[in-house]
Design a protein around this ligand. Structure first.
Ligand SMILES: Cc1ncc(C[n+]2csc(CCOP(=O)(O)OP(=O)(O)O)c2C)c(N)n1
Ligand SMILES: [Mg+2]
Length: 406
């Protein structure tokens, strides 16, 4: 970090932001990185249930784009958008609880990491199939348009997700209907181990917008102010009825796809070049060099981040997991909990009716037709083998598990 420009007056703040908002941008980026660093420690201790997908190096693109939204707007995050969700009001406590599958987590241990939902605060729960949230968000934006409300939707896609059919259908629909939707492409160079040159023949992903008849713009995704400015213009345009924009944010994934991925396929020189463009270091230098923050301001924000994480972690570390009997509650509408299958029997034994069916079934097999691939089409009693199995199975499950599912 450079020393503060003590003598020179502060430079004008760009993009209509205030000094307090600049400090907020710094705070959210630092919170994103520090929260993920804590999660790495928890992952190594075996306390994280499931994978850990980091956004190291992408904090500016997530935070700067979400910062362009207003209350009432809805965004659809991806695995690299912890920062976007924090801007929209997600808390470190609920993120820790989610990652550790605690009973008090927003999904009560049923879903992974940041796959959770809060429409009040304005973020949708993500689904894993790439690109699928584009048509979903087009639908939400259509709802805004039909109701005539001044709300905007924002959906994130990676460079890889842009190769899916769902992306194409969703963006095309949004373009034809002129919906208030901002499609943010986080171009981080890689889709798992596939580099962009093997993903698409275009050189710049923003150029795909022309195929849909909408504007495509690009910004340095490692510069939080550039990210904010370009996204804010697209959000304003959407809110004013100008339709969708494809915003390409050029950034880099500084870690593997997830913690299990050692990133061995990434050239070392490429990583080193991007490390020099670290978004938080760059913004710190800009804040100090432009007179928009003092070293004491940044130290105070850093301390606030660490204190909030300490408190959140202390609160949830020893919290219980959900009771196993609640695993299916809320998963199916009716009945609240489905019958357990025999192979989930905690005793490890198949119910007696299953064993009886199995013995009978063996006796009924025609000589010479013993292999499962050559089962007889009809049993000795004339019933089809499949019908016998189906009726035994349903009688067995209801008898064996009646009253036993919790
Ligand atoms: C339709 C579909 N295909 C494959 C996958 C498996 N998958 C999950 S993430 C990922 C890479 C995504 O790359 P990109 O869209 O560039 O996002 P990034 O991880 O770089 O942020 C893949 C292939 C999936 N979830 N959905
Ligand atoms: Mg990518």
């Amino acid at each position: 970090m450079t020393s503060p420009a003590s003598a020179a007056p502060p430079q004008p703040i760009p993009a209509g932001l205030s000094r307090a908002q600049l400090h907020d941008l710094y705070y959210y980026m630092r919170l994103t990185r520090a929260l993920e660093e804590r999660l790495v420690g928890l992952h190594r201790q075996g306390k994280v249930v499931g994978g850990l997908f980091r956004s190291l190096g992408q904090e500016a693109d997530a935070v700067g784009s979400a910062f362009a939204l207003q209350a009432g707007d809805i965004l659809s995050p991806l695995i690299r958008n912890l920062g976007s969700m924090l801007v929209k009001g997600a808390t470190p406590l609920e993120v820790f609880r989610q990652y550790m599958a605690k009973a008090e987590s927003p999904t009560a241990g049923r879903e992974l990491n940041i796959h959770y939902n809060d429409l009040e605060r304005g973020f949708l729960g993500q689904v894993s199939p790439l690109g699928d949230m584009v048509p979903v968000m087009a639908g939400i934006a259509l709802d805004f348009k039909l109701r005539g409300v001044p709300q905007v939707g924002m959906v994130y896609v990676g460079d890889g997700a842009m190769s899916t059919g769902a992306f194409h259908e969703g963006i095309n629909f949004a373009a034809v209907q002129q919906l208030p939707l901002v499609i943010v492409c986080e171009n981080n160079g890689w889709a798992y181990s596939t580099p962009m040159r093997l993903q698409t023949a275009v050189k710049e992903l923003k150029d795909k917008a022309a195929g849909y008849g909408i504007p495509g713009v690009q910004a340095d995704g490692n510069d939080v102010l550039a990210t904010y400015a370009v996204t804010r213009a697209a959000v304003d345009r959407a809110r004013a009825g100008g339709g969708p924009t494809l915003v390409e944010l050029v950034t880099y994934r500084m870690k593997g796809h997830a913690e299990h991925d050692g990133q061995g396929y990434v050239p070392k020189a490429e990583l080193e070049a991007w490390a020099a463009k670290d978004p938080i270091a760059r913004f710190s230098e800009r804040l100090l060099g432009s007179g928009w923050a003092t070293p004491a301001d940044l130290r105070a924000l850093d301390a606030r981040v660490e204190a909030e994480l300490d408190a959140a972690l202390a609160q949830c570390l020893d919290e219980p997991f959900p009771d196993i009997s609640t695993a299916l509650t809320g998963v199916y509408a009716e009945p609240a909990a489905a019958e357990r299958e025999w192979y989930r029997d905690p005793s490890g034994r198949a119910p007696r009716r299953w064993c009886a069916w199995s013995r009978r079934s063996r006796r009924q097999r025609a000589p010479g037709l013993r292999s499962p691939t050559s089962r007889p089409s009809a049993t000795a009693s004339g019933r089809s083998w499949r019908a016998t199995r189906a009726s035994c199975f349903s009688a067995r499950t209801s008898a064996a598990w009646a009253g036993r599912s919790g």
